[in-house]
Write a protein that binds this ligand. Sequence first.
Ligand code: ADP
Ligand code: MG
Length: 216
Amino acid sequence: MSDLFDESVRFADLGLNDRILAALDRKGFEHPTLIQAQLIPPILNGKDVMGQAKTGSGKTAAFALPILHLADPDIPMQALVLAPTRELAVQVAGEIEKLAEDTDIKVSCIIGGESMRKQKKSMEAGGHIIVGTPGRVMDLQNRRELSFDRIRFAVLDEVDRMLDIGFRDDIRQILKTCPTDRQTIFVSATISGEIERLGRQFMKEDAEKVETVGSS
Ligand code: ADP
Ligand code: MG
């Protein structure tokens, strides 16, 4: 995995707060991966980003760390992270939760096949960052149990897989409903023409694109 890392950089150099650095320390993360070193600074600077890196290169922390740094504990439902499958949503929510352990930021996971009541309770208990699959997120939004009004960060994780699965309409609908002054972040193992067009439609004009070597 050593070709994945940028060993010239330490997490402490990236300007992340001490609570986040403590969690990274516990996890034994010392150096950011290439995609992390390239995505964290622009996200911290408020930019929209589209990041490509192969599977296993640390894309979750690449978007989660700067969001945790910028997140406001007084604002519920301020970040929405969409993942293609339940399993991935659970995995991503778990990873963000670990990174958030020392912060006041809470993560809620919204997936099909689990009790709505439980998920609603989890959102009410904090739910600053909502991680879910597009279908379930749309469901809850249609029932007015989930609001996009305060969304400051909209993340599409594994965009290529989400499009393969057929979530394009849901994704468009969700992004259209989020406030326009949000930050939009896409990460994916591959970036197709369709993903580029989605980015042009939903990201700010000065969005940054970062590609690392290799795919899948
Ligand atoms: P991707 O989304 O690109 O497939 P993940 O975000 O799932 O990759 O990360 C893959 C694995 O690498 C996870 O187990 C994660 O905890 C670990 N990881 C991520 N960033 C680092 C890092 N900077 N140092 C060490 N391990 C890391
Ligand atoms: Mg991933």
